[in-house]
Design a protein around this ligand. Structure first.
Ligand SMILES: [Zn+2]
Length: 459
């Protein structure tokens, strides 16, 4: 048996016991807001009579996302003093008088199955609430349309994760041989779809943001299922679509950190969206000739690319050539009439002249077969900004590891896509509830000497 509800290392360090986290989840303003959008139940339909409003089942989801098992989450809820607290909270903040007895496990199971078709609807509402929370906590503050070097609070981190199926593969095979019907599962490979370790499960893409390095202050912004089927463009394709959605919701989203799954076409989509995205350049990105340019110095030079940089070639006394990265004097973007953005880098050439080059892929590039956004990066790995900020991505790995370590036996605690979506959503609700309380405590303790207007008004 794995330990239950042990949360993240920061939870332990700062005394966020599962009980304390459960109470934070109870106070989550997301619960009534999300309950309000669930379509009303048809009272005339056959089924079990329902004694509890949807608020209770959303609370169960958040508590599941802390305790990591149905048994332990329901045990927490069914403890007299806890149910008493839930009822008091419901009376005061939800304006609901709850039944004197909490729901039984079978009732919870029935109702979570009932809610699973609404997982995406609830996820969309969750994202709106999370953006609102992030802005209260100093993230995603809207200002400039685009920016080459946004601040941490304007940079999202995202990554896919495959929670392992509840049933092990061996057990699964045995059950299927016995004639037991089990829901279909996807087969993924962790660490690269062609070479990684085989994992059975449904893939989720999680997106988060944080204002600074303070522990427990990250906010999860969205979760979405990554279909295995062809035609969705895989994880990076889904990520691009998710980013387009988030950018529509807030212009305060200015940057993205992603792993190597995001390549040229995805990065180009991000640039055109107005987002300063960084992903690593593959190690095999070797020197290639770009084209000859007629320079303002009167000579013709040849531009090359290498490791995400524009480079020029120079010759040593020995006759050996070596590449010299072009110093970038300035980088900026311009908005097109259709709302997309184009990006430029002003280069300093070896001859001392300046030369402006596009960073996003142009129509002319496509004709030449040049994948510009892949071979030249807004912030190449050798740049200081890359070195200073690519590490933000570790945040989303922590979120995904935290989800994994929260789940009982490190496995998904349910078998279907819809129910998994609800479990992940509950986990995200619980994490954001802690983030809100940590933020409120920091504000009270005077952690922000010069809070931006948005922060001051949230106090
Ligand atoms: Zn020149």
């Amino acid at each position: 048996m794995g330990k239950l509800g042990h949360g993240s290392p920061a939870d332990k360090e700062y005394g966020w016991t599962p009980h304390r986290r459960s109470l934070a989840a109870l106070r989550s303003p997301y619960i009534p807001e999300m309950a309000a959008i669930i379509p009303k139940r048809d009272g005339s339909k056959a089924g079990r009579p329902n004694h509890h409003p949807d608020h209770v089942y959303l609370l169960v989801l958040a508590i599941l996302g802390i305790h990591g098992s149905h048994r332990s989450a329901i045990a927490w809820l069914r403890e007299d003093t806890n149910w008493y607290k839930v009822r008091s909270h419901a009376r005061r903040f939800w304006d609901i008088e709850l039944a004197t007895t909490p729901p039984k496990r079978s009732t919870v199971t029935y109702n979570l199955d009932r809610l699973s078709p609404y997982a995406d609807l609830l996820s969309d509402k969750f994202t709106l609430l999370a953006i609102e929370q992030a802005q209260k906590q100093g993230c995603l503050i809207e200002g400039p349309e685009t920016m080459s070097k946004p601040k941490r609070g304007n940079i999202l981190v995202a990554d896919g994760t495959v929670p392992k199926t509840r049933i092990t593969e061996t057990t699964r095979k045995r059950l299927i041989e016995k004639g037991v019907k089990l829901p279909e599962v996807d087969e993924h490979r962790e660490g690269g779809e062609d070479k990684g370790v085989r994992v059975l499960g449904f893939k989720e893409l999680l997106v988060a943001v944080r204002p600074d390095a303070f522990p427990n202050s990250r906010i999860i912004l969205s979760r979405t299922h990554v279909p295995k089927e062809k035609g969705y463009g895989g994880e990076a394709g889904i990520a691009v679509r998710e980013m387009e959605k988030l950018r529509k919701l807030t212009k305060g989203f200015l940057g993205l950190r992603y792993d190597g799954a995001m390549t040229g076409m995805h990065l180009d989509a991000m640039l055109k969206l107005g987002v300063s995205a960084i992903s690593p350049v593959p190690k095999d990105n070797i020197q290639r000739m770009l084209y000859d340019i007629d320079c303002t110095c009167g000579n013709q030079h040849t531009l090359h690319t290498e490791g995400g940089e524009f480079v020029e070639l120079d010759v040593l006394d020995t006759g050996k050539t070596y590449s010299v990265p072009c110093k970038r004097v300035e980088q900026y973007s311009r908005k097109n009439a259709d709302g997309t953005h184009r990006w430029y880098a002003k280069l300093l050439l070896m001859c001392g002249e300046h030369r402006t080059e596009r960073l996003d892929t142009t129509a002319a590039d496509k004709k030449l077969g040049f994948n510009r956004a892949h071979h030249v990066r807004l912030h190449p790995p050798e740049s200081q900004y890359y070195k200073d900020t690519y590490g933000y991505r570790a945040d989303i790995e922590s979120v995904n590891n935290n989800l994994d370590s929260t789940l009982y036996r490190h496995r998904m605690i349910t078998d279907t896509k819809g129910r998994q979506a609800l479990v992940v959503l509950g986990f995200a609700m619980a994490r954001n509830a802690i983030s809100a309380e940590v933020y409120a405590a920091r504000l009270k303790a005077g952690h922000f000497s010069d809070p931006p207007k948005e922060l001051a008004s949230a106090a």
